[in-house]
Design a protein around this ligand. Structure first.
Ligand SMILES: NC(=O)c1ccc[n+]([C@@H]2O[C@H](COP(=O)([O-])OP(=O)(O)OC[C@H]3O[C@@H](n4cnc5c(N)ncnc54)[C@H](OP(=O)(O)O)[C@@H]3O)[C@@H](O)[C@H]2O)c1
Length: 235
């Protein structure tokens, strides 16, 4: 994010305002996870593939007993996901989509050729349930949530975030209509969330921070343990 807390411009355009080192940091964090998670808007706006470059990061994963690249997970309530997006043209890792039965049948038909669909009859995807399915069906222990803001905020509100990776870039955007890390909402979070800083390093004019997010630790039903979720390098 910028020094004034913005993650993109008011047009929500893909913006490139962080360094090569920050991009490497993002890839390193992604490479640690069993799955990488993204909201439909970020997928569409940034047209990301969510892969890893060939070489060291993939080899380290294999040495750790992981697949060469993390499972790619998309979340959308409406389900109108364009099957022509770049992610569907890359076969680096399987793609799983969590959506609802509101997804039009024409979209379901095209997307089933490229991804596994999990469609709930509920009006919206239950994110905690989604994490449980990822653990149960795909043996996912660690999820790297790469945003955007709406998805991150929902995960925070549900107490599903353990770690925040945040890079502060040396820019100021201003503008009430440009989203912050938790979106455009003028509402407070239901309760303040305390974070403890576990790492900080500066690279050039950027500050790369790692926070442990203090969980509210509601008691969970037996057998409903969820995988750990981190947000890599919101830059
Ligand atoms: N600076 C950075 O590091 C960074 C990182 C990531 C993203 N971004 C930027 O953030 C912008 C997109 O963020 P965004 O906040 O507009 O959208 P987002 O969080 O990427 O996606 C939101 C969409 O995800 C789906 N969704 C399903 N369940 C949800 C839930 N429980 N909570 C929230 N979303 C849910 C919905 O899709 P449907 O509408 O299909 O139902 C919703 O509209 C882009 O401009 C992108 O470039 C910046």
């Amino acid at each position: 994010m910028t020094a004034d807390g913005k993650i993109t411009t008011r047009e929500f355009t893909p913006v490139d305002f962080t360094s090569r080192e920050d991009k490497m940091h993002l890839l390193r964090q992604r490479a640690l996870a069993d799955a990488v998670l993204v909201g439909h808007s970020t997928l569409t706006k940034d047209n990301v593939r969510l892969g890893l470059p060939k070489g060291e990061l993939r080899e380290e994963r294999i040495a750790r007993g992981q697949t060469p690249s993390p499972l790619r997970v998309i979340v959308s309530n409406e389900g109108r996901i364009d099957a022509g997006l770049k992610i569907f043209g890359s076969d680096i890792a399987p793609i799983v989509i969590f959506s609802t039965t509101r997804m039009p049948r024409s979209f379901q038909k095209l997307l089933r050729e490229k991804a596994t669909l999990h469609l709930t009859e509920a009006p919206a995807v239950d994110l905690a349930w989604m994490l449980q399915q990822l653990r149960r069906d795909y043996q996912v222990q660690t999820v790297a949530c790469e945003g955007g803001a709406a998805l991150f905020r929902s995960m925070l509100e549900l107490d599903l975030i353990d770690q925040l990776n945040l890079t502060i870039a040396p820019y100021l955007f201003g503008g009430a209509k440009a989203p912050t890390l938790t979106g455009l909402s003028t509402e407070f979070l239901p309760a303040s969330i305390r974070c403890s800083l576990t790492d900080m390093r500066t690279v050039g004019d950027e500050c790369i921070l790692t926070y442990r997010v203090q969980r509210r630790r509601r008691p969970r039903a037996k057998g409903s343990e969820k995988p750990e979720t981190v947000t890599p390098a919101a830059g």
